[in-house]
Ligand binder design. Structure first.
Ligand code: KG4
Ligand code: ZN
Length: 341
């Protein structure tokens, strides 16, 4: 099968074509196109929904066109269309959903509504040189700008949410704290870069909910703790900024790693799948890998390459393939509040 995936839930406008075959443990990428309005948001320190949607309206048709050109395919050659229906910004979601519905109607192709969160998980099922197949049950940690969730994938189509953030998402914490430190949006990569030169033990920030019995998270208190620390300091020189970045990263990573390992143990999973923008963080990947080795846990860790950690069309096409439930095109609607079932 060839599946076109369309993603417009936040500031990206993305389309990709994947090729699938029943014997292949992964989907193959045929083309992958992405346009982003991130530079416009970097200036304002965050995403302005109307600006994002207006840009996506401009990009959507050229981006879909290019995904066919790069694949050397005609629209009639695809077998299905997968589209993100939520969660996300309503104006942005509508651009992708209405485009996908129109294509499905004109081409008479099945359309698969996809939960963006499932999309992130399934970024791990795109072939990128992986040799080992992903064994179930699998633990999925989704860490993005909007979400921090832990879920168990018992099998394709059988996914159980076990916990999530009660306030800010991990990426949101990076972004808000980065803003306090005068870093551009999105601040995650800037904090990671600064942290490399910092001393993580100079400031000790709280690890909210690290010891609780559940699999929930809370990151809003961390931002307050960093704010208080910056208010106490008379001036913030370069080294202090690096040290604050290192301590922030250490606190967020510690909580994510602890809760993930606790869930991996409790549910005896065979694999752990990281996904979402924050999964690109090297310290998170390294610490998780190290703790898995130290604890002699048998689960294999999978992390998508950076360009599949952040939003893209290929992960939506992959999620659509493994959770293939087409619906009538006129029944597909955007749902900004969509979460786990
Ligand atoms: O998955 P994503 O592209 O968009 C959402 O669906 O939210 O994630 C974006 C988030 C931002 O909050 C950004 O600061 C964070 O991922 N991020 C990182 C890194 N790269 C991106 N956070 C920490 N370290 C990174 N290297
Ligand atoms: Zn996302």
């Amino acid at each position: 099968m060839y599946i076109l995936g369309i993603e417009t839930s936040c500031d990206e406008t993305a389309a990709a074509i994947i090729k699938t075959s029943p014997k292949d443990p992964y989907v193959q990428l045929v083309s992958n196109v992405l346009a982003t309005s991130l530079v416009l948001h970097a200036k304002t320190g965050g995403i302005i929904p109307e600006i994002a949607a207006r840009e996506q309206l401009k990009y959507i048709i050229p981006v879909i066109d290019e995904s066919f050109q790069k694949a050397s395919m005609e629209p009639k050659d695809i077998d299905a269309i997968a589209v993100t229906v939520g969660p996300g910004l309503i104006g942005s979601l509508l651009v992708g959903v209405e485009s996908a519905k129109t294509l499905a109607f004109v081409l008479k192709k099945p359309i698969i509504p996809v939960n963006h969160l499932y999309g992130h998980m399934y970024a791990n099922f795109i072939q990128d040189g992986k040799k080992e197949a992903i064994a179930f049950p699998s633990l999925s940690l989704i860490v993005s700008g909007g979400h921090t969730d832990l879920a168990i994938i018992k099998d394709h189509g059988n996914i159980q949410w076990i916990g999530g953030t009660r306030d800010d998402a991990a990426g949101e914490a990076f972004d808000k704290i980065g803003r306090l430190l005068d870093m551009p949006y999105p601040a995650g990569p800037h904090i990671e870069k600064s942290a490399k030169r910092g001393e993580p033990k100079r400031f000790i920030f709280p690890r909210p909910m690290i010891g609780t019995d559940d699999f929930d998270f809370s990151f809003s208190g961390l931002k307050t703790a960093v704010l208080r620390e910056t208010q106490k300091l008379k001036t913030i020189d370069k080294q202090t900024k690096y040290d604050l970045a290192a301590a922030t990263q250490e606190a967020i990573v510690d909580v994510l790693v602890s809760k993930t390992l606790k869930a991996a143990k409790k549910f005896s999973v065979s694999s752990i799948l990281l996904s979402g923008g924050v999964a690109a963080n090297q310290t998170l990947q390294k610490k998780l890998r190290l703790r898995l080795t130290v604890q002699k846990h048998k689960a294999s860790l999978f992390v998508p390459p950076n360009y599949f950690c952040t939003d893209n069309g290929a992960m939506i096409a992959a999620a659509g393939y493994y959770n293939y439930e087409p619906v009538r095109f006129d029944k597909v609607t955007a749902n900004p509040q969509l979460y786990f079932d």
